[in-house]
Design a protein around this ligand. Structure first.
Ligand code: ADP
Ligand code: MG
Length: 604
């Protein structure tokens, strides 16, 4: 059996900024759990009494310590994890400062039992306020058990600063989750006052998330994965319909370490802009892997703050990967990140057939518009998203797949017979149709809102799409609205409106975007001005977006309108060529898909 602990030379010790390690029970818990992980444990038990005031015990089945390591480990700068200053740039362990046990032993009564695999007997050591009270051979299983009793027994001031048990315990639980989440292969349990709070088996990341937050949680997430040179991304981001009013479950880990990084959080959240309402927050669980030498974890003593050498590029990749997970596929056409960086799109699900679906909807009909967004490169990715996001469980039913109306090429002369089932309207609000992945129930108003919104957004800047009105329309507004309208004229012009002020609060509209026409122009513009006024719409900070949203809302086919089958068919086709078809621009679900499995479930 060999001793593995060194005392750091002063030069290295001084390079490591000293910090307060233990300020509350949760920080001791964090250090002990991390030590157990560094020891290679596969099972870690955390036992807490009175929110950590009287007992914090961590039992692991890791490598254990020799007799003398068991003594030395409580000395400051005692660590087995780095030997030279250079090692600081390649840290793969959680700890490396060699301060945690020393700090804990200074402020508590510690009892440690430890045995290495190849020694017959283990060792037991009792330390109180840094003084070794006792060390003796002890018969125990391989691994280490450290019991920290009566924390701050010798610092009454610190003890009196502790919050009530419920608060201290919630800190401990959060620490536990942050450690357990990325180390999903390791089994963890947590007992508090004899009650089992968590019992997590080793498994995969999704199982760990479900083990901590509940099974239903995993249905609320999309998978995110990206493998690039500067960063590898793996994990889950919340579906936009499950956003919360509070920043709840938001976790980013770098090399299995929880980090707080406002800019990377913003990268994820920005991918949701326009998909979710104001002041709501998505959940996310994102594991990043970065070359340790491109990372500075040494800037904060508790190491939740890190610095990336490649921060900008990681930001861009993370945002793009999140957008991709959410089905916002414009990333393929926008150069969002260094073009020299290769993004591997994650592999298609096993049952996904990358075949171009043929279209068989009535090609002569398109009641809403003659123009369709021309983004042919996006379709296949969307198709992929669509299948994987909704879980294409329907194996090999190509009949149905053929009917998925994804083709965007206008084919006016194609007189192929419609051999698919026509969609059905329900209550003049919903459209029911079949897809490869199940039965889709689509909200006609919200779907149309999405279609119009994306068309308007795509139209920005292309004057060509303005449609001259046969008879220009004169409109009059009140003084305040006229002023606002004047302000909005440049944006409206970009969308295809040609509006000229005639003075005295009067305007003449001589052209509109193709979807709009001359009906209800007055109320449409009034509404747009109103929406613009209300802070609700300014959340995007982008006037153009807010105008498009407002016009799309206003122009979208209403809920009590009876659509003809061909109109429905066309609406479905247009919806599925959108970038984000499953959510309306105001953040509501456009459709609901009932898969084969769920149907079977319901039929039981
Ligand atoms: P650090 O983790 O920064 O090295 P610590 O004070 O946390 O410093 O621990 C000191 C040393 O004690 C570690 O480097 C390790 O060698 C040993 N050690 C601590 N906890 C355990 C454990 N649970 N199992 C095995 N060795 C441990
Ligand atoms: Mg440590």
């Amino acid at each position: 059996m060999s001793d593995i602990i060194n005392i750091l030379p002063d030069s290295v010790a001084n390079q490591i900024a000293a910090g307060e390690v233990v300020d509350r029970p949760a920080s001791a818990v964090k250090e002990l759990l991390e030590n157990a992980l560094d020891a290679g444990a596969t099972h870690i038990q955390l036992i807490v009494k009175d929110a950590g005031r009287t007992l914090i015990q961590v039992i692991d089945d890791g490598c254990g310590m020799s007799d003398s390591d068991a003594r030395i480990c409580f000395e400051r700068h005692a660590t087995s994890k780095i030997r030279r200053a250079d090692d600081l740039f390649d840290i793969k362990t959680m700890g490396f400062r060699g301060e945690a046990l020393a700090s804990i032993a200074a402020v508590a009564q510690v009892e440690m039992k430890s045995r290495q695999r190849d020694s017959e007997l283990g060792t037991q050591i009792v330390i109180e306020g840094s003084d070794v009270k006792e060390q003796s051979p002890y018969s125990c299983p391989t691994g280490t058990s450290i019991a920290v009793k009566n924390l701050f027994f010798n610092i009454p001031a610190r003890r009196s600063f502790l919050k009530k048990d419920s608060i201290e315990m919630s800190h401990i639980e959060e620490v536990f989750r942050r450690v357990a989440l990325p180390n999903y292969k390791v089994a963890f349990s947590l007992h508090h006052n004899g009650r089992l709070l968590y019992d997590l088996k080793g498994g995969n990341f999704a199982q760990r998330i479900a083990g901590i937050f509940g099974k239903s949680f995993s249905e609320r997430l999309y998978h995110i994965q990206e493998s690039t040179e500067p960063v590898k991304i793996y994990g889950y981001v919340g579906k936009s319909e499950f956003v919360r009013r509070t920043r709840g479950e938001q976790y980013i880990f770098v090399n299995e370490r929880f980090i707080k990084h406002p800019s990377l959080s913003a990268a994820i959240e920005r991918a949701y802009s326009e998909l979710i309402p104001e002041r709501t927050y998505p959940s996310y669980f994102v594991l990043l892997n970065v070359d340790p030498s491109r990372l500075d974890v040494n800037i904060h003593p508790t190491k939740t703050e890190v610095r990336f050498l490649d921060e900008n590029i990681i930001f861009a990749i993370l945002r793009a990967a999140t957008k991709k997970a959410l089905g916002q596929f414009q990333l393929a056409t926008e150069i969002e990140f260094n073009p020299s960086t290769e993004i591997d799109f994650s592999p298609a699900p096993k049952d996904y057939t990358p075949k171009q679906p043929k279209v068989s909807y009535n090609p002569n009909y398109n009641p809403f518009s003659s123009t369709r967004p021309s983004q042919p490169t996006q379709r296949n990715e969307y198709e992929h998203f669509f299948d994987s996001a909704i879980g294409a469980r329907n194996n090999g039913n190509d009949e149905v797949a053929q009917r998925l109306p994804l083709d965007e090429e206008p084919r006016p002369n194609d007189d192929a017979a419609t051999n698919g089932t026509a969609p059905i309207g329900y209550q003049n609000r919903f459209i029911i149709t079949t897809l490869k992945s199940g039965i889709a129930i689509i909200d006609q108003h919200r779907a149309h809102e999405r279609i119009l919104y994306e068309r308007l957004m795509a139209r920005k800047g292309s004057q060509a799409s303005a449609q001259q009105l046969l008879f220009p329309v004169n409109l009059r507004f009140n003084a305040a609205d006229s002023e606002l309208l004047n302000e909005l004229l440049p944006e409206l012009e970009q969308l295809g409106f040609i509006i000229s002020p005639l003075g005295q609060n009067t305007f003449v509209v001589s052209a509109t975007p193709p979807d709009i026409g001359d009906k209800e122009l007055q109320s449409l513009l009034e509404q747009t001005i109103n929406d613009y006024k209300s802070s609700m719409l300014q959340k995007f900070g982008d006037r153009n977006q807010s105008i498009c949203l407002s016009i799309a809302k206003r122009m979208a086919v209403k809920s009590d309108t009876c659509l003809q089958p061909e109109e429905m068919q066309s609406l479905i086709a247009d919806l599925f060529s959108c970038k984000a078809p499953d959510i309306s621009p105001s953040g509501k679900r456009t459709m609901f898909i009932l898969g084969e499995k769920e149907l079977e479930e319901k039929m039981k």
